[in-house]
Design a protein. Structure first.
Length: 159
């Protein structure tokens, strides 16, 4: 049914949970699995430049994102998925641009399912932080599997 599954990963436990669901699907359906992360240099701008080991915020974002992709690819291949690709996208603005980059990539590569984790924030936290998953849902015509964060010990996973 799903021959090419795209999974958004960001290094959080919520993304790992989504990846584990995507891995189970990929194994069962013998699907290609593409792990994608969107690097955003603005996320590193809260660090003082002297604390960066890289020459620019963009370089720091790329290095951090490549580490996430490598770690998540290892999770998928260790679980037995044979065809795991990775892709890094850059987005300098915010959630809407990052979501559009993900949707465009999935469309351009012929994906037929997007898997994404969500923290399930509501109320003020949702208003302040937005919802990447909700933005992807509004922008994509592809099926979207949204995996909520696990609640263990009555605590919702943090990013």
């Amino acid at each position: 049914m799903y021959k090419h599954i795209v999974v958004a990963v960001d290094g959080s436990r919520t993304a790992l949970n989504a990846l584990q669901h995507a891995v189970a699907l990929a194994l069962g359906l013998q699907s290609q699995l593409t792990l994608i992360t969107v690097a955003n240099p603005a996320e590193y701008m809260t660090l003082a430049p002297e604390f960066l080991q890289y020459e620019s915020y963009e370089e720091a974002a790329i290095a951090g994102s490549n580490e996430v992709l490598s770690d998540m690819q290892k999770v998928a291949t260790d679980a037995g998925v044979q065809n795991v690709q990775t892709h890094l996208l850059m987005a300098a603005k915010g959630t809407k641009e990052m979501a559009q980059e993900l949707v465009d990539f999935a469309d351009e590569t012929g994906a037929d399912l997007i898997v994404i984790g969500t923290h399930g924030r509501t109320g003020l936290m949702h208003l302040l932080m937005g919802s990447f998953a909700e933005t992807v849902m509004r922008q994509s015509h592809l099926p979207l599997l949204v995996i909520r964060s696990r609640k263990e010990n009555n605590v919702v996973d943090e990013e």
